[in-house]
Design a protein around this ligand. Structure first.
Ligand code: 4AD
Ligand code: MG
Length: 434
C-alpha cells in the first residue's frame, strides 16, 4: 500500500464515498471482537471511523493479528465504505484486509489515574481527546493572533532568549552558566522589541518567557508562550483599544473555526462570539475602593493578588482593564501619568470569571534621565542597561506595548481549571520532565 493511496478518515464520510473502496490508516482508539467479527474504532488526524473485519474475509491469521492490536496500536485498512446506523457518524469501513503496523503494548492510561501519574505519562496523555482539542485550539489562537497583527502591519521579529541582562530584575530570572559568566533566560522580549521599534514602528515577538517564580498556583508556569507587541506613537487609550480589538478578534475566530474542539471541551462558542469592545476600564484607585468595600484588607499601594483579581472579575463576562497603578508596583520603564506623578500609564487586562491577568502593558518612559532614575530606584545596575538608555538618546518617541500570556488567555477561553492543561509539557516549580 503506497502512502499516497491512503485517504484521510474524514473522506470516508464524504457523499461520494459510500459503496467505494478506501484505504485508511491510523491508531486504534478501542476494539472488541464477537462472533467472528472484529470492531475497531480507528483514529487519524482528521477523525475516527468504525472498521469491521470478518474472520472469514480477512483469513484466520490476519484476523488474529488484528484482534491482538492494543489501544493506540497502529494499523492499515483496506475496505469498502458502508452505511451502518449504529456506528458513530453512520458509516463504517468493511475491511477486506488489515495490516498491523505496530500491535503495541497495553496502553497504560485509564480514567481515574492520579494527576501525578498522568503528568509522568504526559507523553502518552497528550493523545487524549481533550488534549488534542486543546492544542488545536491553541494553534488556531496563535494563527488568529498572528493574522490580526499582520492586518495591523506589525512586523514579526526574533529577539534573543539568552541574555546577559535579567530584563525585569534578577529575582525571577533563571540564571545559567554562560561560559563562566552569568546568563539569563528571557523573562520578556520587551527591551529588545523597543530597540527594533525605531526602525519598524510596530513590532511583535512570540517567544517563550521564563519565570523562576516558586508560585504553585493554577495560573503560573515557569515557561510560557509570550506574545509581545510594541507600538510607536501610541498612548494608553490607543494601547487599550488595540488590545481589546485583538482579544475580541481572536475569541470570535475561535468560535468560528473551533466548534468541534470547543464542543469536546464543553465551552459554548456563543459566549466567545458575543465578546465585544470596549471592555470595562477601572482605575487602580477605584479597584482598591471597590475591594475595600468588599472587606479586602487593601489600601492605596497594595498589590492586586489572585484573590483581588478574582473578586474584581468573577461576575464579569468581559475582560476588564485595570489602569493607573502606583509606580512602585510596576516596572522601571513605565511612563509616569501626566496628571498624577504617583501613578504610571499602565494597564493589566484581567480575564473574566476570575481567571486573572492575561495581559500586562504600558506606555514607556521616553526621557533618559527619568528612566535612569527609576532604574536606580529599582535597585538595578544602571551600566547593564546602558544600551537600553541609548534608545532614549536617538529619536526617542512616545510608544507603548504589552505582553500577552498565551496560556493564560487559553485557560480563560477554554475554562481550564489549571494552566498546565493549556500546554503539552508544562513546566512548573516541581516538574520539568518529561
Ligand atoms: O505582566 P508581565 O510580567 O509583563 C511583562 O513581562 C512586560 N515586559 C510585557 C510587555 O509589556 N512586553 O507579563 C506579561 C504577561 C502577563 O500578563 C501574563 O499573562 C503572562 O505574561 N505571565 C505568565 N503566564 C504564565 N505563567 C507565568 N508565570 C506568567 N507570568 C506572566
Ligand atoms: Mg503583570
Amino acid at each position: 500500500m503506497s502512502p499516497e493511496r491512503f485517504a484521510p478518515i474524514r473522506a470516508a464520510f464524504g457523499p461520494e464515498a459510500l459503496g467505494r473502496p478506501v484505504r485508511v490508516r491510523g491508531w486504534v482508539l478501542r476494539s472488541r471482537s464477537s462472533g467472528g467479527i472484529l470492531f475497531v474504532v480507528l483514529r487519524d488526524r482528521t477523525g475516527s471511523v468504525q472498521v469491521t473485519g470478518r474472520r472469514d474475509v480477512l483469513g484466520e491469521a490476519a484476523f488474529e493479528a488484528a484482534e491482538h492490536v492494543q489501544a493506540e496500536g497502529a494499523i492499515e485498512v483496506e475496505g469498502l465504505v458502508a452505511e451502518d446506523r449504529r456506528a458513530p457518524g453512520g458509516r463504517e469501513v468493511r475491511a477486506s484486509a488489515i495490516r498491523v503496523v505496530d500491535a503495541g503494548q497495553p496502553f497504560p492510561i485509564f480514567a481515574d489515574q492520579t494527576e501525578e501519574f498522568r503528568l509522568d505519562k504526559r507523553h502518552l496523555v497528550v493523545r487524549s481527546p481533550e488534549h488534542v482539542a486543546t492544542f488545536r485550539v491553541k494553534a488556531e489562537l496563535l494563527r488568529a493572533l498572528r493574522e490580526f497583527l499582520e492586518r495591523e502591519e506589525v512586523l514579526e521579529t526574533t529577539p534573543p532568549i539568552l541574555s546577559g541582562n535579567a530584563a525585569e530584575g534578577g529575582a525571577e530570572a533563571f540564571q545559567i552558566d554562560y561560559f563562566g559568566r552569568p546568563g539569563y533566560l528571557s523573562q520578556t522580549a520587551q527591551l529588545y522589541l523597543e530597540a527594533l521599534l525605531f526602525p519598524n514602528e510596530r513590532v511583535y515577538a512570540l517567544t517563550p518567557s521564563f519565570r523562576a517564580e516558586k508560585s504553585r498556583t493554577p495560573r503560573h508556569l515557569t515557561e510560557y508562550l509570550h506574545l509581545e507587541v510594541e507600538l510607536a506613537w501610541c498612548d494608553l487609550a490607543g494601547l487599550l483599544e488595540f488590545e481589546e480589538r485583538m482579544v475580541v478578534g481572536a475569541a470570535r475566530a475561535l468560535a468560528e473555526r473551533c466548534a468541534e474542539e470547543l464542543a469536546v471541551l464543553g465551552r459554548p462558542p456563543d459566549e466567545l462570539r458575543a465578546l465585544a469592545a470596549p471592555f470595562p476600564r477601572l482605575r487602580y484607585a477605584e479597584a482598591i475602593d471597590r475591594l475595600a468595600a468588599q472587606g479586602f484588607p487593601v489600601r492605596w499601594g497594595s498589590d492586586l493578588g489572585t484573590a483581588e483579581e478574582r473578586a474584581l472579575t468573577v461576575e464579569e463576562r468581559s475582560p476588564v482593564f485595570v489602569t493607573h497603578f502606583p509606580k512602585e508596583l510596576k516596572a522601571f520603564y513605565m511612563l509616569r501619568s501626566p496628571d498624577d506623578p504617583r501613578t504610571v500609564e499602565a494597564a493589566d487586562l484581567l480575564a473574566p470569571e476570575g481567571y486573572g491577568e492575561m495581559i500586562g502593558g504600558s506606555c514607556r518612559e521616553t526621557d533618559v534621565d527619568r528612566l535612569a532614575e527609576r532604574l536606580r530606584a529599582s535597585g538595578a545596575s544602571v551600566p547593564e542597561y546602558e544600551w537600553y538608555l541609548d534608545l532614549r538618546r536617538h529619536g526617542s518617541v512616545p510608544h507603548a506595548g504589552f505582553g500577552l500570556g498565551v496560556e493564560r488567555m487559553l485557560r480563560w477561553i477554554l475554562r481550564r481549571e489549571h494552566i498546565r492543561e493549556t500546554t503539552p509539557f508544562p513546566r512548573t516549580p516541581s516538574r520539568h520532565t518529561p
